[in-house]
Design a protein around this ligand. Structure first.
Ligand code: GDP
Ligand code: MG
Length: 179
């Protein structure tokens, strides 16, 4: 049995970057397994202490029809994909973007996580884009996330920066705790 972590969130928040950071050079990639669904990619990896996980990236989310506008079919499809990934996971990493507002789409995903009774870690990615970080700004940000994703008030929050490779490991340790 290998616990599955679904990496879900709106397009462009950094889901694929997180996966790449996690399975990067300092990790052992066991095997990249094609997803059981047409759109998702499952990647098995082993942590430094030997624990195996399966990461479910919802890769298809990036496909964007030319000229597609917000609220178009593409967006609807991405929500469905996220829902499918949630259903077959043990833990959900709900990725949101620092500096961006938490939207209705984020909330819909949060509701589904709660409804499916899945363990969850809220991942605030692109933390590097927040200028002049200090204890106060972190507290302020956390309050905002808590308020807008109230439905997941039990989920730990991890702040990370996928492209800088910083703190992405915390997603896995947090997932191990809630799983
Ligand atoms: P996805 O659509 O959620 O899979 O997002 P991607 O992983 O493809 O990333 C979308 C964009 O955000 C890319 O241009 C990434 O380089 C950028 N990005 C991802 N993570 C970070 C981060 O931690 N910090 C910054 N500054 N940019 C990031
Ligand atoms: Mg992606």
């Amino acid at each position: 049995y290998i616990p599955a972590i679904a990496i879900v969130g709106r397009p462009n928040v950094g889901k694929s970057s997180i996966l790449n950071a996690l399975v990067g050079e300092d990790r052992t990639i066991v095997s990249p397994v094609s997803g059981t669904t047409r759109d998702a990619i499952d990647t098995e990896f082993t942590t430094e202490d030997g624990q195996k996980y399966k990461l479910i990236d919802t890769a298809g989310i990036r496909r964007r029809a030319a000229g597609a506008s917000a609220g178009s079919t593409t967006e609807t499809l991405s929500v469905k994909r996220a829902f499918r990934a949630i259903r077959r996971s043990d833990v959900v990493a709900l990725v949101v973007e620092a500096m961006a507002c938490i939207t209705e789409q984020d909330y819909k995903i949060a509701e589904r996580i709660e409804k499916e009774g899945k363990a969850c870690v809220i991942v605030v990615n692109k933390w590097d884009t927040i200028p002049n970080k200090n204890h106060q700004s972190t507290t302020y940000y956390e309050q905002d996330v808590r308020e807008k994703l109230r439905i997941l008030d039990w989920a730990p929050i991890v702040y990370c920066s996928a492209t800088h490779g910083s703190s992405v490991d915390k997603i896995i340790s947090a997932a191990a705790l809630v799983e």
